[in-house]
Design a protein around this ligand. Structure first.
Ligand code: ZN
Ligand code: ZN
Length: 213
């Protein structure tokens, strides 16, 4: 039985998720790694974590990645269009948080359609640009679980498109793709985890995106 735990540290962090499957992984790194590590240790020895999959490069999702990689030995994975942003204060919007972007290189690149086999779960990589050019969502079709990064949030909310290289039209088409999925649990990059009428919430995100962008 796969378990997912939200292990993010500070309230300003993007959500960090620990997936406990045969291959334990983290989705995103947040920017405050010490409290995150303490939470991880409640569930697992951090050195057992094999991958840190970044939904995108923004600082609130990647700022803690150097420390988490050092503590876990995990491989850092990110979409190929986003990998070059790591370490860039503007592209990662680290400047908004008044911190420098940490210098790190990805260990592996992800692309649309890639499948990440965790044992029981197999995460499908969906390239969902708009909030950021190489943003991804991760979908598990059997468990009907979606990790949506900053593309959609609960209750019809959407990622902003006014940050570095954001794109309104891309965000709308990315959300259109998400409405076609069968989702029972949404693990967003911010806000709370939701289950149940997730499809309706993603439809609401699409209506909102079409009306404001
Ligand atoms: Zn974010
Ligand atoms: Zn973001």
């Amino acid at each position: 039985m796969v378990e997912v735990h939200k292990v993010s540290g500070s309230p300003f962090d993007g959500n960090v998720y620990l997936i406990l499957d045969e291959v334990p992984v983290l989705i995103d790194a947040g920017m405050d790694p010490e409290p995150t590590l303490r939470k991880i240790k409640k569930y697992i020895d951090p050195t057992k974590i094999e991958m840190i999959i970044l939904t995108h490069s923004h600082h609130d999702h990647s700022g803690g990645v150097v420390r988490l990689k050092e503590a876990t030995g995990a491989k850092v994975m990110i979409h190929e269009e986003e990998a070059g942003f790591l370490g860039d204060d503007m592209a990662t919007v680290a400047y908004l948080f008044g911190r420098p972007a940490p210098e790190i290189e990805a260990d592996g690149l992800l692309n649309e359609g890639d499948k990440i086999d965790l044992g029981e779960w197999r995460l499908e990589v969906m390239h969902t640009p708009g909030h950021s050019p190489g943003g991804i969502c991760l979908y598990e079709p059997r468990a009907k679980v979606l990790f949506s990064g900053d593309t959609v949030f609960p209750q019809g909310n959407i990622g902003r498109t006014d940050l570095y290289a954001g794109c309104d039209a891309d965000l709308i088409s990315s959300i259109e793709r998400l409405t076609k999925l069968d989702v029972e649990v949404l693990y967003p990059g911010h806000m709370e985890i939701v289950s149940g009428d997730v499809g309706r919430q993603i439809q609401a995100s699409l209506r909102f995106a079409r009306s404001v962008l």
